[in-house]
Design a protein around this ligand. Sequence first.
Ligand code: ASP
Length: 364
Amino acid sequence: MWNRRDWMMGTAALASAAAAQSGPKTISISSANGLRATARAVEWMKQGKDTLDAVIAGVNINEEDPEDDSVGYGGLPNEEGIVELDASVMHGPSRRAGSVASVRNIKYPSRLAKLVMEQTDHIMLVGEGALRFAKAFGMREENLLTERSRLAWLTWKQSQRDAGGHNNWTDGLDAPPKAAAAALRNVFPGVTDELLAYAWDRAAHPVTGTINCLALNARGEMSGVTTTSGLSWKIPGRVGDSPIVGAGLYVDQEVGAAGSTGRGEENIRVAGAHTIIENMRHGMEPKDAVLDCLKRVARNYGNDLKRLEKFDINFYCLRKDGAYAGAALWNGRQRRTGFTSAQFAVNDGGQSRLEKCVFLHERK
Ligand code: ASP
């Protein structure tokens, strides 16, 4: 006769056997800004399209959205007011990767990263070379700075002060100081109070932002993409983790896929996405794999909460059997995105949803 414990264990075993039998499901997960991206990725996979094409089509929504100021067109620029984009892709079935960094004037860096993967014998192209390569393949150069992001950048420029409170980008000595908002209204006629408030907020709290999107289809094939405009007001040429294979993105067809958003410098130091995949390869569950990675980030600061408090970093992972997790260093208000708690997007058919991340610390 089965006792209660045997029965429970037996049921659990049956459930996992059933899960194993049913095989991988079609699923896509992403950073919290990917509700639309994951929905499109799943829709494409259900139409039989390749997993990499599906995630790229998904993140193209963010890349072309002028309201998303952390990715592609409308992304906040570098300190000189020029938008510089980074992206990487990995294709599980062919085990190939492509990436671009510090590329200007190309709206879809994720597509460019795929072109590098498919059309060259290299993995990574940067800056001027990446732009020339894009043009060679017929990609159109476009100004990626929207009026909204130019306003935010100018506001930031004007907010910088020397010890005497002076800034060459505003009046002051030569002419009576005007309220900065009034001066900006002259340059941006018709600007609303709401838009000015947005610009001041971005100037005062420089944001990062990115989309990472991972996918698994019913045949068990996996791919991933990460695309970003990186840190706002960055030094020209600064490259974050997003285009670094093994940091911002890693896919191993035998194990799973992982990616990250948040302060890229911290992720590069722990090779986050690769670390997560290795953790799962050695048997960790997705949640434990992402939390372990966050602990490595925290350890690099001696677990000093005062310094850790200054940034956000999130990890996402999808195992080859469809199990997944999202993790955040901090729960509570997200510095990067303004979300009130750490979340990530999931679509496994039907409507996309936000799920809560596991986290290391709670922000007050
Ligand atoms: N990870 C990106 C970078 O550091 C930015 C972000 O995800 O917020 O460039």
